[in-house]
Write a protein that binds this ligand. Structure first.
Ligand code: ASP
Length: 368
């Protein structure tokens, strides 16, 4: 259709009007009505257990010499007013201990506390402040036993809050932001340290003095930057809602021993473990989970006595190959796959809360 000059002018001016009016109309539409309630912030509960993140030293120069588990959770939260921008944060003091003093009983108590919290419809996510020494055991345990897709984030720090360049404040801020993030749902339990979002399954303490202490051979799942989660991977192993373990039905955990492999390791550690009545021995062997020639008979005898034998490795990375260094089928032993000895201990203990055969135990080590 041909347009006359006046027609063209009219349509240009109406376009211009539309261009001026449209943003204004949109802005008006976005302006909340005076009576609208402010957006509700996600509710995150910080369950505190102690550790360096609650630690205090004598001076700002004390980054490694200090007392863990001193600062109560309310003070930790009050000391970080930025948290209020991210979530409605509530504190709960579960324990006030250094994490090397965690026991099976404490793990169960913590698990049941968190299970109750995530069942509360008003709670969107949970953060657990924890010492870094056994943080990897707790995060794996929670990943296996809490039947919820709500984000659960385990966090610690390598320096006490009183030290120069303390890392706890940012770690806690990131952890709360992650627990408040909808896209964190259904990805299992996390370890949040040093900007990295890691899976509670395989994150492990690999350096005992620096702030980049935690890592996994499979890499982080993502990163937190300025309270936003950036994801790069997703876990593929069974966890939380797809787990067959449920904290609500577990009342105790059986004892599992770890025997550490070394040159000339002798046989007394295995003998002592058997004598103490453990239900499983995790053999943290050298290399690919090797067992010395003089150690094989002791482990075979232990298996014959009903104790499960789990071959793991003292080497941080890689995984133990079934029937590789030892004939596992023949001896009825299990391999820990890529789980380090302390994580293998957690899975073995949980597995043995049921009447688990070695074949079932091996299935679990493949699946979790
Ligand atoms: N020993 C301390 C603990 O695990 C170390 C730390 O938190 O970094 O509680």
């Amino acid at each position: 259709m041909q347009m006359s000059i006046p027609m063209l002018r009219r349509s240009v001016s109406s376009l211009l009007m539309a261009a001026v009016i449209a943003p204004f109309t949109a802005a008006c539409a976005q302006t909340p009505a005076a009576t609208a309630a402010p957006a509700k912030k996600p509710v995150v509960v910080v369950v505190a257990t102690g550790g360096t993140i609650a630690g205090a030293g004598a001076s700002t120069a004390n980054s490694a010499t200090y007392q863990a588990a001193k600062v109560p959770v309310d003070k930790l939260i009050a000391g970080l007013p930025e948290l209020a921008d991210v979530a409605e944060v509530r504190g709960q003091q579960a324990f006030q201990i250094a994490s090397e003093s965690f026991t099976n009983e404490k793990l169960l108590t913590l698990g049941k506390t968190i299970s109750a919290l995530v069942k509360d419809p008003s709670v969107d996510g949970v953060v657990v402040t924890h010492g870094t020494d056994t943080l990897e055991e707790t995060s794996f345990f929670l990943n296996l036993v809490i039947r919820s897709d709500k984000p659960i984030v385990v966090v610690g720090s390598m320096r006490p809050g009183t030290a120069m360049s303390a890392d706890g404040a940012l770690n806690l801020y990131d952890a709360v932001a992650l627990a408040a993030t909808p896209s964190a749902r259904g990805k299992g339990v996390f370890v949040m340290m040093n900007d990295d979002i890691m899976s509670g399954r395989d994150a492990s303490k690999r350096i005992n003095i620096k702030t980049n202490a935690f890592g996994s051979q499979w890499g982080p799942l993502g990163m937190m930057v300025e309270r936003k989660a950036y994801w790069f991977r997703a876990p593929v192993k069974r966890q939380t809602t797809s787990s067959e373990f449920d904290i609500d039905t577990i009342t105790s955990l059986p004892e599992v021993a770890i025997v550490y492999g070394s040159g000339s390791m002798g046989t007394t550690a295995v003998q002592a473990a058997v004598k103490s009545g453990v239900k499983a021995i995790v053999h943290a062997g050298t290399g690919n989970g090797s067992v010395p020639d003089y150690g094989v008979e002791g482990l075979k005898a232990a298996r014959a006595a009903g104790i499960q034998i789990v071959r793991s490795s003292r080497v941080a990375d890689g995984f133990v190959v079934r029937n590789g260094e030892q004939p596992d089928d023949k001896y009825d032993w299990v391999v820990a796959h890529d789980l380090n000895p302390q994580k293998a201990k957690i899975l073995a203990a949980l597995a043995l809360t049921k009447n688990t055969s070695s074949a079932e135990l091996q299935r679990m080590f493949w699946e979790y």
